[in-house]
Design a protein around this ligand. Structure first.
Ligand SMILES: *Cc1c(COP(=O)(O)O)cnc(C)c1O
Length: 387
């Protein structure tokens, strides 16, 4: 059976040239970048090059890039690191209810420890209101953390406008850009952010590698105790091969960004047109928002998400509900709950299709046909049950 992977927002295949770079360095450049001998210096050179390249892609200085063990670790370092470093200045944090769990659960932990948290709602398109951010700001606000692009429905948040408001306020501004990096242009000065998280495995790089951008002068406490790597902000010997592979993947993603955006926009239209052509009843979630090019979240009235995902998997289609699956049952997505409210039908019938490397128009048409088949079968079953 022809398998079609449409879950690139969950993780992506490693590009062959990136895998080749990784494999080459894994055996060849095994030195410890902190060693002073030639073997170590060679690893240091690769690490420095990678840092310079990544920094350039977001308009940062190399010294402002901290390599980490992925997006979640970057989010945690930004949030716990800010809370710890600025705890004497205030205990108020502003975030949104649609953040990734890497942010959500870190902020929840601080809330449980006595920090005061303002949880901003979103509208039916999944958007945070800039005015809400302004209204929530207090003298004791030390951190504002709002994601750049949502991983479930794709909504792009008004980070630049929020950054503009925060220019007159001392709070640190963090954005989880894990889903947005490599998909839309990100310039840390234009966005006005102090901290920005990204991850390699969402852009065809290896898993377990990411970075946190930290603007020069932004206070941050290290999250782990150990050696003096990453300018004392992230202890532990750097994963040089993975970091170099990440830099290569990021460089390719940013160079091909426009072409990918165009192609993914075409995939979205193809998918919608094909479903319409099949006479399927559906609604695109966050349709009126500006969304990340690679994410398409669709609600299919009359279907049930668990049955739909099982049926699509059997048909060789890898898609996602966008939310966590605990003990075999799917919890309603916190993002869709925030958009539509508890009990809304979309919570039980929405599927995330996400596009990326290696896909062609033919795959999208096949995927639409498989989806249409499954939806038809399930809605027919449902009608039968009700009679
Ligand atoms: C995947 C993802 C993360 C977590 O990144 P990992 O590298 O898997 O830890 C964080 N935020 C968003 C928006 C994501 O999509």
């Amino acid at each position: 059976m022809n398998k079609i992977y449409l879950d690139h927002a969950a993780t992506t295949p490693v590009r062959p040239e990136v895998a080749a770079r990784f494999a080459e360095l894994l055996s060849k450049t095994y030195g410890n970048p902190s060693s002073i001998h030639g073997t170590g210096r060679e690893a240091r050179r690769i690490l420095d090059e990678s840092r310079t390249l990544i920094a350039r892609l977001i308009g940062a200085e190399p010294a402002e890039i901290i390599f980490t063990g992925g997006g979640t670790e970057s989010d945690n370092l930004a949030i716990f690191g800010t809370a710890e470093a600025r705890k004497d200045e205030g205990r108020h944090i502003i975030t949104s209810v649609v953040e990734h769990h890497g942010v959500l659960n870190a902020v929840r932990k601080l809330e449980a420890a006595g920090y005061d948290v303002t949880w901003l709602p979103v509208d039916r398109q999944g958007r945070v209101s800039v005015e809400d951010v302004r209204a929530a700001l207090r003298d004791d606000t030390i951190l504002v953390t709002i994601m750049a692009g949502n991983n479930e429905v794709g909504t792009i948040q008004p980070i630049g406008e929020i950054g503009e408001i925060l220019k007159g306020h001392p709070a640190s501004f963090h954005t989880d850009a894990v889903q947005a990096f490599g998909e839309i242009p990100l310039d840390v000065d234009r966005l006005g952010v102090d901290l920005l998280s990204a991850s390699a495995h969402k852009i065809n790089g290896p898993k377990g590698t990411g970075f946190l951008y930290q603007r020069t002068g932004t206070k941050l406490s290290p999250s782990s105790a150990g050696g003096e790597q990453e300018r004392k902000r992230r202890a532990g010997t750097e994963n040089v091969p993975a970091i170099a592979a990440f830099a290569l993947a990021a460089d390719i993603a940013c160079r091909e960004m426009d072409a990918h955006a165009k192609e993914h926009g075409m995939f979205k239209r193809l998918m919608a047109d094909a479903l319409m052509g099949e006479g399927i009843d559906f609604k695109i979630n966050a349709e009126r928002a500006e969304t990340l090019p690679h994410i398409l979240n669709i609600s299919f009235p009359g279907t049930d998400i668990e049955q739909l995902l099982v049926n699509l998997d059997l048909a060789g289609l890898a898609v996602s509900s966008g939310s966590a699956c605990t003990a075999g049952s799917i919890d309603p997505s916190h993002v869709l709950v925030a958009m539509y409210g508890e009990g809304a039908p979309e919570l039980r019938n929405s599927v995330r299709f996400s596009f990326g490397y290696g896909l062609e128009g033919k795959d999208i048409r096949d995927a639409a046909a498989k989806t249409a088949d499954a939806v038809r079968r399930l809605t027919r079953l449902q009608k039968g049950e009700q009679q």
